[in-house]
Design a binder for this molecule. Sequence first.
Ligand SMILES: C[S@@+](CC[C@H](N)C(=O)[O-])C[C@H]1O[C@@H](n2cnc3c(N)ncnc32)[C@H](O)[C@@H]1O
Length: 213
Amino acid sequence: MRLRNIKNASDKLLKSKHYLDEAKNHRGEFKKLFNNNNEIHLEIGMGKGDFILQMAQTYPNVNFIGIEKFDTVLLKACKKIDEYDLKNLILIRYDATLIEELFDKEIDHIYLNFSDPWPKNRHAHRRLTSDRFLKRYDKVFSADAKITQKTDNRSLFEFSLMNFVDYGYKIKDISLDLYKTDLKGNIQTEYERKFSSKGDKIYKVEVYKDYTS
Ligand SMILES: C[S@@+](CC[C@H](N)C(=O)[O-])C[C@H]1O[C@@H](n2cnc3c(N)ncnc32)[C@H](O)[C@@H]1O
């Protein structure tokens, strides 16, 4: 993603009604913060926020949290999302590498949309579906783990599938060409809109793991 620096972006974030500062102070208590017992769904690397905004509007009985590493990107999302007043959506600036600092067994579903592919082998551990990340996710998931991934990158998709299965996840649904299927209920991300409009294939998988069995 091309980044143009926005002056004082981190100060400006504080003015957003959906942005949560010092988020790790709420570790283990996000349901309290949302003031309900609904599921919490997390998008990692939410970019400019189109997906999470529409998800929060479509599913008012689910709580959504979007995390994004860069404040300039997050600020763009905040500006868009602040046109609405969504009680079920919180945005956080955080590096997912440290995700266990933020959450403790309270996330029900993770969305990984068009995550950076990190094509070099020596960077494989940085992919959001690498073993290192799947181990981190174990600490944040509640009783069940659900991950939905969408990507245009076939190599990342193959890597993710192998890792999910090796790690004990089961495949619930898979598409090797999402736009050749019934798109009912599909909510697009910014990257998805760009790639699908060029005719690129979009890959999607939903996996799950039950910690109680
Ligand atoms: C390729 S963009 C995709 C954006 C959006 N999900 C979409 O589909 O349009 C990847 C996003 O993930 C963010 N990101 C990458 N690594 C991250 C990390 N470790 N923690 C949080 N965000 C991250 C990037 O800053 C960028 O905004």
